[in-house]
Design a protein around this ligand. Structure first.
Ligand code: G3P
Ligand code: CA
Length: 227
């Protein structure tokens, strides 16, 4: 497998995060996969946002779960972009997607959308929440699962195995050679986030990772340069 360069929330270093504009840019810049975050609107639609509330990334205020899709659509998600639905993203870009379940309640709706749009084979499902990955394993066992962790120790390898994950997506700031080796010995691929500098890329290469999640398009060039 070649080393993956994955666009974080599209390419959030140069475009408003988790917007169609950001995803199209990531696609155009040749990212190997595009990462996005999922929540559920009040009326049960899969919406692509990172935080549980709309405050930081839009001109609105309040919890996503208190907004209907129509109400979310009225918000400005940056440079006039609207909050996208998951369906809109899969139509706007054609490549590989890393879909992160932020709201555990979104797992069932995601499985339904993936079946309806025949996305099995194109999507990897990510989560910080073991229970979301366990539910996906029940609903769509053939879809690859990726456990995400920020604060973790060696035990994260066992957690990944318990939910049948094929990959770990880990905060680069806490990654050690011991943990990377332990994960690899367990048959897991390992990617790191967020990798935006040459030093971070060097570390990822030194740890023999399988890829990096980045905010910036230039990382693609840096990865080629260090191949
Ligand atoms: O791909 C994993 C990474 O996106 C996790 O961090 O907080 O940006 O969702 P966060
Ligand atoms: Ca994410």
């Amino acid at each position: 497998m070649s080393f993956l360069t994955i666009g974080h929330r599209g390419l959030m270093g140069v475009e408003p995060e988790n917007t169609i504009r950001s995803f199209v840019r990531a696609d155009r810049e040749g990212m190997d996969a595009i990462e996005l975050d999922l929540h559920l609107s009040k009326d049960g639609h899969l919406v692509v946002m990172h935080d549980p509330d709309v405050d930081r990334t839009t001109d609105g205020e309040g919890a996503i779960a208190d907004f209907t899709l129509a109400e979310l659509r009225e918000l400005d998600a940056g440079q006039g972009e609207r909050v996208p639905t998951f369906d809109e993203v899969v139509e706007a870009v054609k490549g590989r997607l890393q879909v992160e379940i932020k709201d555990v309640a979104a797992a069932k709706a995601l499985a339904e959308a993936m079946t309806a749009h025949d996305l099995v084979g194109r999507v990897e499902v990510l989560s910080f929440h073991d229970e979301a990955l366990a539910e996906m394993r029940q609903l769509l066992p053939e879809v690859p699962r990726v456990l995400v962790a920020s604060h973790y120790g060696l035990g994260v390898v066992d957690r990944a195995r318990e939910v049948g994950a094929v990959m770990l997506s880990l905060n680069i700031r806490r990654l050690t050679l011991e943990l990377a080796d332990r994960a690899h010995e367990a048959g897991l691929k390992v990617i790191a986030w967020t990798v935006n500098t040459p030093e971070e890329l060097k570390l990822a290469r030194g740890l023999r990772l399988q890829g990096v999640v980045t905010d910036f398009p230039g990382m693609k060039h840096s990865v080629r340069f260090t191949a």
